[in-house]
Design a protein around this ligand. Sequence first.
Ligand code: SF4
Length: 478
Amino acid sequence: MSDRTFHILTFGCQMNVNDSEWLARALVARGFTQAPLGKARVNIVNTCSVRDKPEQKVYSVLGRIRQATRKLPDAFAVVGGCVAQQIGAGFFTRFPQVRLVFGGDGSAMAPQAIERLCAEPGLRVSLLDFSEEYPERDAQLQSGPVPPSAFVNIMQGCDNFCAYCIVPYTRGRQKSRAADAVVRECAELVEHGAREITLLGQNVNSYGQDAEAARHATTADGGKAVTFAELLHRVAALPGLARLRFVTPHPKDIAPEVIDAFGTLDNLCPRLHLPMQSGSDRILKAMGRKYDMARYMDIVQRLKAARPDIQLSTDIIVGFPGETEQDFEDTLVAMRAVGFAASFSFCYSDRPGTRAAMLPGKLEAAEKAARLARLQEWQNDYTEQCLRNMVGTDTEVLLDGMSKKPDMAPGGGHDDGAGIPGGESWQGRDPYGQPVNVVLPARPERGPAGGPEGWLGRIVPVTIVEAKKHSLRGVLRA
Ligand code: SF4
């Protein structure tokens, strides 16, 4: 076993995925190599506390790691992310193999800490303090190509304290990253082959509205903090950036200039994830969301006016404490009225320490599950209908890899009617983020991202010929 091998297990949101990818690049830059679970010395678990029973899940993963590394005496575990922030040094007593715990603000220091732990076997480290400033991390771009779709953090933490959410306690208060640092990272990613960038934050619309943003304000910005709309314009203007997205906006903070951007920025994709959570004003108030459905529907109308083809998706919590059948019906009515192309829906469950955990009126699990099933049944039908509506339309697909499906396997002599016998099956996404499979002629030369697969990172014109349950199939347009 090499002394400097690592394995990362990631749970949770795209911010966690992005953090793990950065950590992997930072470790590789320090001479570490990736290894499978059971063969790596450093075993990192990047945790999430949004889902049900998060602690138990982490404990069970640590048990798996202990089992998998029982023959590796030097192996140790690292716990990062939201559960690490909550449980902290408690992991040290319960799991002797854990030697580092780090929270969101501590992640910037994690690579150095791991290096020290490898050199000093008796050491244990916790990086759990919240900092006042955005914890800017070393730029750790791979020396080679980057994926065609890249993610860039623009902020850390959240000030909203929605009643059900643990994030403000685990990620700390909101801190905006300096606009220049965001634009610089985006420019470097595009230079290394990224065609699409997604700006990430817990509440991107309130970017620029915190003390950290004021501290970053420069004379070039007129001494004022850069707003999210201004940041969007700056990133969108980068030469070579074909597509721009952002996640997650909060409806209460969406500025008219951000809505207008969907009509004016050609490379801002016509797809927005706009969490609604409930269609009932009473429940929204209890959740502390600080908007009502009149405001939400007004935003939807204005988005559709700015970009008539925009597709929206959302998050819904079913069975929040006190939710009546009428409240739930209001949610279904709102979902039909908006026509969400997709939704991520969950049954409410308590997060210890949140206001909602102490609310009366908890629903029975069976009632929540029944409501969730009704909601998801409607959504599945509607999503399939949205995909069917795209058959016959022309679109552009950003190719992000060869198809993994057996019936679309590369080099299989498969002819899907595109007249490309022996072609390669590729997958990618259209501007709405819908997955599209397409057969393309074999292309041996290196792609724009420098990879060995010639179509990687290219945007190709496609006509959609078939809608499947969760994806589309297209043929290359001449
Ligand atoms: S906006 Fe609300 S739900 Fe989103 S991270 Fe902040 S507190 Fe949590």
